[in-house]
Design a protein around this ligand. Structure first.
Ligand code: GLU
Length: 487
């Protein structure tokens, strides 16, 4: 039999990491079993569902390349189907009309609360006679349909948590069709999962208490019950529910920050599941091969942003350079200093990104990491200047290096390095004595990629000009006194 799974978001908000992880596990399991992964939009809550959230959810899934196999099912287009099934249950006396108004129900619950009893529906409408029901129906009274919960207990074996048992007496006769004709979540979910041929339901463990209700519905219809797996929550580092406080939670924000979709996919897949060993970076193909829902952790997972950043940087290091350039351009174009004309020389940009990418944690770091390859008027890091320009001999060294550069015929990494080391030796200083000030002259900063390589890329004339500029700006440097352009 074909294995079929689905992701069933409600378009009442953006797509959060928890939802994405659920989608990922459904997707991985479907692919692993060579089955189908389907998508259903649970949009029956007319008040809270919004079209734009559908776009955001679909956009997020597409960005992560979580592709669905068949046409998307929209619950809002299936209202007639739910109504027919609800009426079938009424005919079979497995459900009944409820004419109670919300105020009456609230009153009932209030009294129960005062008596410290569980707030279960009293079954007032179940006790009505046929005649009474007919009369109320003919008066066109507002009515919902409630499921008649049978006696006994409901048990199921959760693929992650093992056996779970609920006493039916703890479940009230829940509404399946509201008075406005819309189905409730549990009802629509069962009908759809059956119609879509769903064999495995993987969802958040906030749904555990819904599962017995759904199982009772499957039994009432005489349908085959799918397998269930309930995923533990994702918590913030403070062990509280993941929220905005912990940084981005919406998938699109991760995109905007410059996370790569494959990194986020990898990270979320490992948040509650492990392929074994200490494997952390794992391709989608390997995940599909190794994934088993039964191997998921029972306890909550902690969202560790530092780890995600690390993982993203690993993916940036490995990304195809042409693709990385394309992606970086989106971030560069948002910078005021970026000029369209720079894009004429993509080869140069490619070299620059190749040289700096290992320092990027997110794509949004790229503009900062490469700006000095384009801008000449950058400021200098104060701390670095204080540290490396205190000795006036530095200027002597820089002058000398500049002079040597002017006559240097071949401008490449090796030749540049030879010059710098030779001048430092002549001064009787360690090589670092010149390397640090040169880096500040060339980039304004104290750290960065290989100095000689970046000088090769920046080019002879511009390097000489930058050395000239720093000598001029810092000449006679006195800490705290000398004015210069700062970062
Ligand atoms: N719409 C529900 C949710 O977003 C789906 C739950 C389920 O997968 O059954 O939580």
């Amino acid at each position: 039999m074909e294995v079929r799974l689905r992701f069933a978001p409600s378009p009442t908000g953006v797509l959060h990491v928890g939802g994405v992880r659920t989608a990922i596990y459904n997707f991985l399991y479907a692919k692993k079993m060579r089955g189908k992964f389907l998508l259903r939009i649970e949009d029956t809550d007319v008040e809270r569902s919004r079209e734009e959230f559908i776009d955001v959810i679909l956009g997020g899934l597409r960005w992560l390349k979580i592709e669905w196999d068949e046409e998307i099912i929209f619950q809002s287009k299936r209202l007639e189907i739910y109504r027919k099934y609800a009426e079938k249950l009424i005919r079979e006396k497995k459900a009944y009309y409820c004419f109670c108004l919300e105020e009456e129900l609230e009153e009932e619950r209030k009294i129960l609360r005062l008596e410290k009893k569980p707030t279960k529906y009293s079954r007032k409408c179940l006790k009505r006679s046929e005649v009474e029901i007919k009369k109320l129906l003919s008066e066109n009274r507002e009515k919902a349909i409630r499921f008649l919960v049978p006696e006994g207990e409901t048990r199921f074996v959760d693929l992650i948590h093992g056996e779970i048992v609920f006493k039916n007496e703890e479940i009230e006769d829940f509404i399946i069709l509201r008075s406005d004709g819309t189905p409730t979540y549990n009802f629509a979910c069962v009908i759809d999962d059956k119609d879509m041929g769903i064999t495995h339901v993987i969802r958040g463990d906030d749904h555990i208490s819904n599962t017995p209700k759904q199982i009772l519905l499957y039994k009432a219809f005489g349908w085959k019950i799918p397998e269930f797996a309930h995923l533990p929550m994702i918590l913030g580092p403070d062990r509280k529910k993941l929220s905005k406080r912990h940084g981005a939670t919406s998938v699109i924000e991760f995109k905007e920050e410059g996370f790569l979709p494959e990194a986020l996919f990898n990270f979320l897949a490992l948040l509650g599941w492990s392929p074994g060993g200490d494997v952390e970076i794992i391709s989608r193909e390997e995940m599909i091969e190794k994934f088993d829902i039964r191997d998921c952790r029972k306890s909550a997972s902690i969202f560790d942003r530092q780890k995600l950043l690390w993982m993203n940087s690993e993916y940036i290091k490995r990304k195809d350079i042409n693709e990385l350039v394309e992606l970086s351009l989106e971030f560069l174009r948002k910078e005021k200093w970026w000029k369209r004309e720079y894009e004429k020389d993509l080869d140069f940009l490619k070299k620059v990104i190749e040289l700096t990418r290992e320092r990027a944690k997110v794509l949004r770091d790229i503009p900062y990491l490469i700006d000095y390859f384009y801008k000449d008027d950058f400021g200098y890091d104060i701390e670095a200047v204080e540290r490396y320009f205190a000795d006036p001999k530095v200027f002597e060294g820089l002058e000398e290096v500049k002079g040597e550069f002017e006559t240097l015929e071949v401008w490449n990494e090796e030749e540049i390095e030879k010059v710098v080391r030779k001048v430092a030796d002549n001064l009787g200083e360690k090589h670092a004595f010149l390397i640090h000030p040169l880096r500040i002259a060339l980039t304004g900063r104290k750290v960065g990629p290989s100095l000689f390589k970046l000088m090769e890329l920046i080019g002879k004339e511009r390097c000489i000009e930058r050395i000239r500029r720093i000598i001029k700006e810092l000449w006679g440097y006195i800490p705290g006194k000398t004015e210069f352009k700062k970062i």
